[in-house]
Design a binder for this molecule. Structure first.
Ligand code: BTN
Length: 321
């Protein structure tokens, strides 16, 4: 598929582009437009004016996602599936071969999608970005908390860019806007580490199940229009690769500043649950290497390792909208 041609049409912002501007061989241009049409891209053709881009394909387009991706590790291989049990399972089953380091699995639909704490993760077919990334991590980046932070920061950056809103990370793995969850991250470890990401994209509010209708949101709701999921998947792969590459080059701390800035809890009164018991206090500091600094209600300042935190909740939850 000619994705450069597709990009030229997109860049025209809805204007018609003359066929002669798309290539010297008009028959070939027609054939390439037919291929884009057949895949499902919405193109309007006019006998005099040429062709105009009207919208993305409903299904994920692997060529569009991979086009000039230019990542270091993540996305060296990308597989797009129609229907799978869980993308995390598929990614995990590819572990053990160095050529699969950075493999990205995407699916249009999952029939046994998993969330944290044994919960289900379900989304209507072709509505979301359901993605898993397989990584052969160096020992410095091998912790579940770091990999979860990596997924959350990358998602939050993409949500901010596409929606113009200010997402926040709710410990440890939710990305929320105005107190409503738009994405979740599930890290699972086996032979390799798998970062699973579920990002709600083209889901209208009424399509969420009753129990989520007040707590969940999607990019379509935030933007007021459906989005191009292939562009989102592509942006997410690039963002993940960017932060992972920084981690490889400069260590786990390179993610800390952004992670802290995106935190929903920093500066608030929180309850921290640890294997040794619970603690309530103000969350003064948050760092992936130095851990949390909490000033307890009795005035004591305590440092807590990120990996020792079983749960962290705001004592006064952010106002839900
Ligand atoms: C959560 O918020 O509890 C985490 C949700 C993670 C869902 C994603 S969807 C892609 C990947 N495959 C899965 O089965 N789960 C993750």
């Amino acid at each position: 598929m000619n994705i450069s041609l597709l990009r030229r049409l997109c860049d025209a912002n809805g204007q018609f582009v003359a066929l002669a501007q798309l290539g010297e061989d008009i028959d070939r241009v027609h054939a390439e437009l037919d291929e884009l049409d057949d895949f499902g891209f919405a193109l309007e053709r006019h006998p005099y004016y040429g062709v105009a881009y009207r919208g993305p394909a409903e299904r994920l387009c692997p060529d569009q996602i991979e086009h000039e991706l230019q990542t270091q590790r993540i996305g060296r291989r990308i597989a797009v599936w129609n229907r799978v049990a869980s993308t995390n399972d598929l990614a995990a089953s590819a572990a053990g071969s160095s050529s699969n380091d950075g493999l990205v699995i995407l699916a249009e639909e999952q029939w046994a999608g998993r969330g944290r704490l044994g919960r289900q993760w379900s989304a209507p077919a072709r509505s979301s970005v359901l993605m898993s990334v397989l990584l052969d991590t160096p020992s410095t980046l091998d912790s579940t908390s770091w990999l979860t932070a990596l997924g959350a920061v990358a998602v939050a950056e993409v949500v901010a860019r596409f929606s113009g809103r200010e997402p926040r990370i709710k410990w440890p793995n939710d990305v929320r806007v105005d107190g409503r969850k738009v994405a979740g991250i599930l890290v699972e470890r086996g032979l390799g580490a798998v970062i699973g990401i579920g990002l709600n994209v083209n889901i209208p509010q009424e399509s969420f199940p009753d129990e989520l209708i007040r707590s969940a949101s999607s990019l379509q709701i935030l933007c007021g229009a459906p989005l191009d999921r292939s562009e989102l998947a592509r942006a997410l792969i690039r963002e993940l690769d960017h932060w992972y590459d920084l981690g490889i080059l400069h260590g786990p701390g390179s993610l800390s500043a952004r992670w802290r800035a995106l935190s929903e809890h920093l500066g608030r009164t929180v309850n921290v649950k640890m294997p040794t018991g619970s603690l309530a206090g103000v969350l003064e500091e948050l760092d992936l290497e130095q851990g949390l600094l909490v000033t307890a209600t009795d005035g004591r300042a305590l440092r807590i390792n990120v990996s020792d935190v079983l749960a962290l909740t705001a004592v006064e939850p952010a106002a839900d909208v």
